[in-house]
Design a protein around this ligand. Sequence first.
Ligand SMILES: OC[C@H]1O[C@H](O[C@H]2O[C@H](CO)[C@@H](O)[C@H](O)[C@H]2O)[C@H](O)[C@@H](O)[C@@H]1O
Length: 610
Amino acid sequence: MSKPIEDYGIIGNMISAALVSRDGSIDWLCLPRFDSAACFAALLGDPKHGRWLLAPEDPACRISRRYVPGTAVLETRFETATGVCTLTDFMPLTHDEEKVDVVRIVRGVSGEVSMSMELILRFNYGQAAPWVRRRDYGLSAVAGPDAVELHTAIALVGREMTTTARFTVRKNEEVPFTLSYHRSHKMPHFVPDSSETMARTISWWQEWSKRCHFDIKHPIWRDAVIRSLITLKLLTFGPTGGIVAAPTTSLPETIGGSRNWDYRYCWLRDSALTLYALLNAGYREEAEAWRQWLLRAAAGHPEQLRIMYGIAGERWLPENEITWLPGYEESSPVRIGNEAVDQIQLDVYGELIETLYTAREAELAPLAEAWRLVGVLLDHLATIWRKPDNGIWEVRGEPRAFTHSRLMCWVAFDRAVKSVEHFGLDGPVDRWRELRDTIHADICENGFNPNRNSFTQYYGGKALDASLLLIPQVGFLPADDPRVIGTITAIEQDLVRNGFVLRYSTDQVDDGVGGEEGAFLACSFWLADAYVMLGRIDDASKLFESLLAIRNDLGLLAEEYDPIGRRLVGNFPQGFSHIGLINTAFNLIDATGPAQQRSKRVAPTDGKTR
Ligand SMILES: OC[C@H]1O[C@H](O[C@H]2O[C@H](CO)[C@@H](O)[C@H](O)[C@H]2O)[C@H](O)[C@@H](O)[C@@H]1O
């Protein structure tokens, strides 16, 4: 039986991440990297697909939890009839991509608590039961290329391919457990001292989050922004700077449906908004690493530009279904890999070129190869911008002339022109200006439906699309242009469900998948941004507050929200949603926030305290 998505917290070390449920069970962990096979996959099945539980034996205990402030160290507090204890979960930082540890420390707070542990290791996404050997420090488990060592002083019992233990913890006692991954042909390693490692991990995260520049006059929003930044950092693959969209695969967009995708990859689309979020919050180093990742990933022939890449820039991400996992609340299939990698999505040219332009505006070190890449990409884009594509939402139905795709083609040429104008860079600027104007006219003529008084999802259609909320934000038309106001009004009328915004209506648009989906949270943040740009600050604040209210108790958001079932759905936690939160918060506290910066093509404020 699956647990609500809200029940999960994330811990991680910028190599991989684990989901820990309220009841003390790690139900998702891929080792050694985000995109490796999971060794705990109960999230998409049940405990026999792998999990690691540490919990009081008393099922009636009261549970509360929090992150140690400013960190990714999770603390769950269990109150039982006989005493209170905490469980602290974290993943120590590491420079070695192949040595990844999870540390869990049970600490007595008062009285005594009887605890039990259950470890079910199933490598290869819940399928491969390992060989388990007893060791003087605990156990070692091997399955093919993978091995883990469990270090504990507690006596272990092995039964039916499950390792269990029972122990009692009293006030001020600490009982640590560590699980350390290594390649099975290599030597195991140890986490030297779990308490010291915890102290080091806490202080690293607190130093990191102290760097956030967000006005302390708004403490609640500031906390939300810091949690979102920590989440974004946790989605970063440290060695390369790539940022995964989410650490999970196949958490469904509709419970019981088939809209289940693998998000453990890096999308070019999410890049420009990520850069604004990082730079405004003062994280230049991370922004620089992200830009470097983008440049390495996109390097090569412009016709071969992909819309997403693996965490090190891999291009081969074939999509397969895992038949032995039943899926979250029976939502099948469970997919590994993502077929969208081979799609044509023309907006990515605009996303990428805007990211490089913004980096230059923000005075990240100028890179000659970045400008060369822009020229090569635009030569190609000039020949293909009229082609039908799969669009921002990666539809698997018929390719169309999506309005948002063309909008971002306009952005691509616009930012190139601005680069020549602002930085004196060399390029065929007259040709780019001409193409920019041609695309602008084309969108206004074919992407706007006068009868609906709205821009539409694709040329000649009637359906709406929430991506059109970005029209003023990217500087295509001012927010008070009647066509923009008409589009915002139409979206408010047609795409808002119980206060949250759908990407499009699955009743009116055939996206080739079937079934419904929840409200896409990034789109709700974009509506709040559009309100800010229109000066409707109260509406923006209200919407932002209602988005904050649907975060789980740890401040985490999934990709979508089911406004009828009132629960988070989709992959979790999702970068796009948290990027939306950060950018909207900055827009709300500052008239020159990311939406204005983007529309005016000026630099993010680069971390100056507001
Ligand atoms: O639901 C349709 C598509 O959903 C995924 O893509 C979404 O997530 C991406 C990453 O944040 C985002 O860039 C994209 O715009 C979203 O639609 C999925 O990966 C696709 O395969 C799927 O068709």
